[in-house]
Design a protein around this ligand. Structure first.
Ligand SMILES: [Zn+2]
Length: 354
């Protein structure tokens, strides 16, 4: 299980290619470990042994093992991520991943014309009423968890737009479909001693909180927050917000109050990240004062470009304080600015006393 007695100082990245593994290990050794990072969430485009024909990239089982070795040497927990339910297509977003090209019946929306793009279409999702998908997804999760020697698994679950649209799902509540999916995946992971992580956006009422349809829900999914028997409070919730919200970030408070180990998650703008963090700390103070069940569990810096040599070089230059430019330089600045704030959490009373 994932140790919650210490604050998580996390880095999330996508990695697609076998050739990029050395770059990630270099980032771990020269950038993340020296700055106190203790968790990496790794969204691998992976070459499955269990279903080679449904591979989404060229990261192999052995590659994941090498990354796990590097992490272990530095006391870093490696958390693999497989996007579940939503995000079943990526760049171009109208073309689903190979599993769903072979099994289009598993998709929630049929007949999307290739090339259709925002604002006509966003992303493919799988059908939350067709459990045939798990004969593929469970072995994929198990293999990635084993390859990474994981204590926790991140199942994504973000930016769900196509829900309750197919004939099987249409009569059901979106919140019910979402919560049921969380429960199925959570219970599969828990049976193997693995903790579950999710992105938090579908649990948030976008209109009420002043968030966009990306970082909060507009499609009837967010009432799932109150389905406690399915969206269980042992789930670790990564609450991502990348924009500047001048009135604060009410989601952190809501999620902590609800009982979640909550991880504010940043992207590429160091000013927005610092602003978000300042507001997130209020949630921790309120939690202590009022005895809320949840906790501000640390922080997560995210990288949404696939990692490669060039990006890692720019990240490391920014982390060293050099005036870097190009892909990754912005992520390096966020790491440079936010890691010290994360390390400071180790001094907090609420973590010290556990
Ligand atoms: Zn459906």
């Amino acid at each position: 299980m994932f140790d919650r007695s210490i604050p998580m100082i996390g880095f999330h990245t996508i990695i697609k290619a076998h050739e990029s593994v050395d770059a990630l290990i270099r980032l771990i050794e020269e950038g993340l470990a020296p700055n106190g990072f203790n968790t990496i969430i790794l969204e691998m485009r992976y070459a499955f042994r269990c279903f080679p024909e449904y591979s989404t990239g060229t990261i192999t089982y052995e590659d994941a093992g090498r990354i796990a070795d590097a992490c272990e040497q530095h006391g870093i927990r490696l958390v693999p991520l497989l996007p579940c339910l939503s995000h079943q297509s990526a760049g171009p977003r109208s073309i689903p991943y190979p599993l769903f090209q072979a099994h289009p019946e598993l998709l929630e929306r049929q007949g999307v014309v290739p090339g259709t793009d925002w604002p006509d279409f966003v992303l493919h999702s799988w059908c939350a009423s067709n459990d045939d998908v798990y004969q593929y997804i469970f072995p994929m999760i198990d293999e990635m968890a084993q390859a990474c020697r994981a204590q926790a698994f991140h199942i994504g679950m973000d930016e769900l737009f196509d829900v309750a649209v197919c004939p099987k799902c249409r009569s059901k509540a979106p919140a019910e479909l979402y919560a049921r999916t969380v429960k199925l995946l959570h219970d599969h992971l828990a049976a193997q001693g693995l903790d579950t992580m999710i992105w938090g956006d579908r649990l948030l009422d976008a209109q009420k909180m002043g968030y966009s349809m990306w970082e909060g829900d507009r499609f009837g999914v967010h009432p799932a927050l109150h389905r406690r028997d399915e969206v269980t409070r042992d789930i670790i919730v990564c609450d991502w917000h990348y924009e500047w919200h001048s009135a604060g970030y009410p989601s952190v408070e809501t999620l902590v109050k609800e009982g979640f180990f909550t991880i504010p998650s940043f992207w590429r703008d160091e000013k927005n990240a610092a602003h978000f963090w300042l507001h997130a700390l209020e949630a921790q103070y309120l939690a202590n004062r009022h005895g809320w069940a949840g906790k501000l569990g640390g922080m997560l810096c995210t990288n949404w470009r696939s990692l490669d040599d060039e990006a890692v070089g720019n990240m490391l230059a920014s982390i060293r304080g050099e005036d870097a430019d190009g892909p990754g330089a912005d992520i390096g600045r966020v790491i440079r600015d936010m890691a010290p704030k994360g390390r400071k959490m180790f001094e907090y009373h609420s973590f010290k006393t556990e």
